[in-house]
Design a protein around this ligand. Structure first.
Ligand code: PMP
Length: 369
């Protein structure tokens, strides 16, 4: 900490991102990335015309000398076409983290606090700290399910991750509709980062509830975590409010190459479905193997599993996996410290993961009195 750090700066509670190791080859199951490459059209969109220009650079790369489109039309229009909404109902950001930031800045403050689950995405309280937004939490049930009753008529803005992270559990659309309907004077944000792995999207409710904001990402189902692209869909006025926040922060917030990549990715829905289908099948196979080994595994509708061993502590299990070259994520937090979150990798990676886990369980069980 320098002596220049402001009071506001020193009060921040930064989010700790998952590790991105360089060098040694890991089986990386710690940050919910896709094990599959982006859609074939993504490379084509970026490299189109390569070698045709005298300088040898593709036109898209040559165009990097220019700022990106502050209205982000190419991507906004591709997303709008995919979901069958108007372009005015879409905003894009540098990852959905940034889109969450625009929504929080636009809709929340001391007069409009935010409420969320106690066990959910840890970036929400970090953002609230940044913007000075009062943040309240409602405990999940003992089995990590979310009871929407306390959110109904709560008089506060609401954010619900659906499916939730790190628990993996999904709510039916009727539950989201109930929260939106009972809080007509507040904004209800639904973070659908994992919706393509078995959740139900609240985009279909937007026509009915003018206070809903649905936030999604290209980082998981569309294999573009490194491109950093997320988006929100909502009524036109809410999107205009979020654009106020965006243009007060960074009007050129999504770069040219990422916009091209994301537009190509969303146009290839067949590829997205092929990848998510494979990931869901691998998830179910891995969950069954873990249950057979005595793990408690939640009913995940995401590209990760949230699991607890019957014979090892969460700490021991994650450390031993790491020694074997496998990275998973764990939080030293009440109620979930015995759990690990395991991103679904390729079929081969998950076979290795299960083999290593089998060995660890055998060793742990043998070492017990
Ligand atoms: N929401 C949830 C629930 C997440 O788990 C993540 C990934 N860390 C995000 C949003 C943000 O993803 P991104 O910024 O890569 O779009």
């Amino acid at each position: 900490m320098s002596r220049f750090l402001s009071r506001a700066g020193s009060s921040l509670l930064p989010y700790t991102p998952g590790e991105q190791p360089q060098g040694r080859k890991w089986i990386k199951l710690n940050t919910n990335e896709s094990p599959y490459p982006p859609a074939p059209g993504v490379a084509a969109a970026i490299l189109a015309g390569y070698g045709k220009e005298s300088a040898g650079a593709p036109p898209e790369i040559a165009s990097l000398r220019l700022y990106s489109d502050p209205e982000e039309r190419i991507l906004v229009e591709a997303i709008a076409a995919h979901f069958g909404v108007k372009p005015e109902q879409v905003i894009v950001g540098n990852g959905s983290d940034e889109v969450l930031g625009f929504a929080f800045r636009a809709f929340c403050d001391g007069d409009a606090p935010l409420v969320s689950a106690d066990l959910t995405y840890g970036f929400y309280p970090a953002l609230c700290g940044l913007y000075g937004i009062p943040y309240e939490t409602i405990p999940l049930n003992e089995d990590f399910t979310l009871d929407t009753k306390p959110y109904e008529n709560c008089g506060k803005n609401v954010i619900i991750a659906n499916p939730n992270a790190p628990t993996g559990l999904a709510l039916p659309l009727s539950a989201i509709a109930g929260v939106a309907e009972s809080n007509p004077d507040r904004v209800v944000m639904v973070d659908e980062a994992y919706v393509d792995f078995g959740g139900e999207s609240a985009v279909s409710l937007l026509g009915e509830y003018g206070n809903l904001v649905v936030i999604q990402t290209f980082s998981k189902s569309r294999s573009l975590a490194g491109a950093r692209v997320g988006f929100a869909i909502a009524g036109e006025e809410l999107i205009a409010d979020m654009n106020r926040a965006r243009c007060s922060f960074n009007p050129y917030n999504v770069n040219r190459l990422s916009m091209l990549a994301a537009a190509a990715a969303i146009r290839d829905d067949a590829y997205t479905k092929e990848c998510t289908g494979r990931i869901c099948r691998t998830r179910e196979k891995t969950a069954a193997a873990l249950r057979k080994l005595g793990f408690t595994v939640t009913d995940s509708r995401t590209n990760f599993l949230f699991a607890k061993s019957g014979v090892m502590s969460g700490k021991e299990y994650s450390e031993k996996l790491r020694e074997a070259g496998i990275l998973v994520r764990r939080w030293d937090k009440e109620r979930i410290r015995e759990y690990v979150r395991i991103s679904i990798g390729s079929e081969e990676e998950m076979e290795t993961f299960v083999e290593v886990t089998e060995k660890l369980v055998r060793e742990a069980a043998a070492g017990r009195p």
